[in-house]
Write a protein that binds this ligand. Structure first.
Ligand SMILES: CCCCCCCC(=O)SCCNC(=O)CCNC(=O)[C@H](O)C(C)(C)COP(=O)(O)OP(=O)(O)OC[C@H]1O[C@@H](n2cnc3c(N)ncnc32)[C@H](O)[C@@H]1OP(=O)(O)O
Length: 231
């Protein structure tokens, strides 16, 4: 199972340990804020509170936001708390423990594949009581991307074909699966599915995707903040 928290190394030198401790504290705080934000978003889309209460909460949230906007990172800059590419992404809208949008999906790497678990909430609702089709596509796109990475070919989605067989329930543990089925040059072919933990044999959604590993020149142009990174 992937963890948003850093691994600690017994062989770290003292300054490294200090850095690791600081990273651990930041990730723990980001995770705690993400948890509270998800609770806020959930309550905000479910509440039947009076307009006066909504206005009061709105003012309070505005004041809280002001405490953060003095410390924003530049757009497209990889957060210091992340390991990109190929590792922790604290603010991913799918897996990020710091993201109010993320369920978040908890991912386990498999051999040329990946599996993920999550619970969708009312924030992710499409038809009343069920998940939005775009959210299912988001879960599968992400996990299929992880599957590519486990096959040693991290890439970007160029094609994603979805099939919605049955509605995806909210507030019910889900299992998402993805497997690489083949590669051809820089292209990776991947399949994915969503089922409930309760009934793994009844597939609710399936997907077929093509991912492409950008060539190095293209990758440097797309991700300039990684210009000095190895590879
Ligand atoms: C671990 C975390 C995982 C996270 C996963 C998240 C996944 C995402 O959401 S990625 C974001 C969404 N995707 C994107 O924004 C990608 C946008 N596309 C691009 O930028 C470019 O297409 C890019 C960089 C991927 C590839 O560009 P480039 O390197 O020039 O590839 P290009 O030469 O055009 O095509 C490579 C091959 O793919 C094929 N291909 C391109 N597009 C498609 C397509 N839509 N369908 C099928 N095949 C395609 C080409 O035919 C070519 O095949 P061949 O080598 O056999 O001729």
């Amino acid at each position: 199972m992937t963890s948003p928290l850093p691994h600690r190394s017994a062989t770290s030198t003292a300054p490294e340990r200090q850095d690791e401790e600081e990273l651990h504290q930041r990730r723990t705080a980001i995770t705690a804020l993400g948890h509270e934000l998800r609770a806020l978003v959930d309550a905000a889309v479910r509440t039947t509170a009076a307009p006066s209460t909504l206005n009061r909460v709105s003012d309070g949230v505005h004041r809280l936001t002001a405490q953060l906007i003095g410390h924003l990172r530049a757009r497209a800059e990889v957060p210091e708390v992340d390991e990109f590419p190929g590792g922790v992404r604290m603010y991913s809208p799918v897996t990020g423990p710091g993201s109010p949008l993320a369920p978040p999906l908890r991912v386990t790497r498999l051999d040329r594949g990946a599996t993920g678990t999550c619970v969708l909430g009312i924030t992710h609702e499409g038809p009343p009581g069920y998940g939005h089709g775009g959210i299912s596509a988001m879960l599968l796109d992400e996990l299929m991307g992880w599957a590519c990475a486990t096959a040693g070919m991290p890439g970007m989605t160029v094609s994603l074909q979805m099939r919605y067989h049955r509605p995806v329930p909210l507030e019910s543990p889900l299992r998402v699966l993805a497997h690489v089925t083949g590669t051809e040059g820089r292209k990776v072919y991947v399949t994915g599915s969503i089922a409930t933990e309760e009934d793994l044999s009844t597939v609710l959604v399936t997907a077929e995707g093509v991912f492409v590993s950008p060539d190095p020149e293209h990758a440097r142009a797309l991700f300039p903040s990684l210009r000095s990174a190895p590879g």
